[in-house]
Ligand binder design. Sequence first.
Ligand code: CTP
Length: 417
Amino acid sequence: MARARVLLMVTGGIAAYKSCFVARLLQQSGYSVKVAMTEAATHFVGPVTMRALTGEAVATDLWGEGQSEALDHIEYARWADLVVVAPATANLLGKAAGGIADDIVTTLLLAFPGPVLMAPAMNDSMWRHPATQANRQLLAERGVAFVGPGSGWLACGTIDTGRMAEPEEIVAAVRELVADLPARDDEAARPAGPWAGRRVTVTAGPTLEPIDPVRGLINRSSGAMGYALAQAAVAAGAEVTLISGPVERDAPRGLARLVKVMTGRQMAEAVAVALTAGCDWLLMAAAVADFTPVNPAATKLKKDELGGAWHLELERNPDILKDVVPRHRGRDLTVVGFALETGDLVAKASVKRVEKAMDFVLANDPTEEGAGFGDQAHRVTLIGPDGVLWQSDSLPKPALAVQILDRLETARHGRGA
Ligand code: CTP
């Protein structure tokens, strides 16, 4: 399959140094990458660095003079499937919104008809300025996708909004746009991806255990992590089955199968079916209820009949990892579970890894700062047979999921699998 071709445009802001990481991550994710830089950007990052990272000539001016190594500039716009502008300065947003083409980057932008992703970065006052916001709005209406800016330390020494999205978030956004690209020529434009040919099953969300037709027991889980992992696995080229408990989320595009379940028992059955059909990776991100009501009522229980105190009888649900997976486990399956622990994270999660026959466990402590529920940033620790393999930064879940897959891949190779 053809690799998607990404033209990375770098404009002149302090965040330009991060565009080196964007270029490298794009390459590691299987894309072909070329770079165009404004003159101002070359004051922050040398074109030589970009050339070394991409192995491609870097376009820096319209005339093929100065440091520019690229001759036929418009050829860059014809070549690309997707353009990423990172960082996109306030100046760039203004010029792009106004259709100005007075340097290599703005000229290529105007000449490029395909999808564009911008990662703005600037001082918070500049970001909030009505002119910048109007430019952003106009560009968004024309179909430009945006990632960030986020909040954090800005180069001007304040903590505020204006910081460029992290390279992992930018690459995650690229993956989403690439998934929507039409096939180029007679080939699919998405890259073969490091997970091509792998069958991956992901469980996500909570399970809901009915008490009666209107009540149920449910774990606190938004499904964000599982859905992000499924999305990242699709983008990496895998054949993905997503088994989801009840959550209000759009299924990632490109899934091979989406199995919606309600209870822990239904999830256990769906996992057994997926493993029997053939599976290389099982990522158990679901928060399965450990207990379920004995004999759920067929009709709504009335509170007056229940009295002043209600003793609900619960029984254990099957433990999917412990009881179900071993019975359906193929030889090549790698099992990854999650462990949610408060305090003593590594020790408790390591015990859980062994008890639940996981190859790897992704542990997190929800009481720690930066390890949040739902769509908040999240932090995980990857543990294998020899202990801690990796501790992530606190990242938005889509970006974290991309890193998790990369780390799992490396960890699995490390085991000689
Ligand atoms: N899990 C499972 N089947 C269950 C419950 C949990 O397969 N019935 C999986 C989860 O998907 C997760 C891992 O087990 O990957 C750990 O879940 P966690 O709730 O942390 O583990 P418990 O064994 O329920 O732990 P505890 O004893 O701390 O409640």
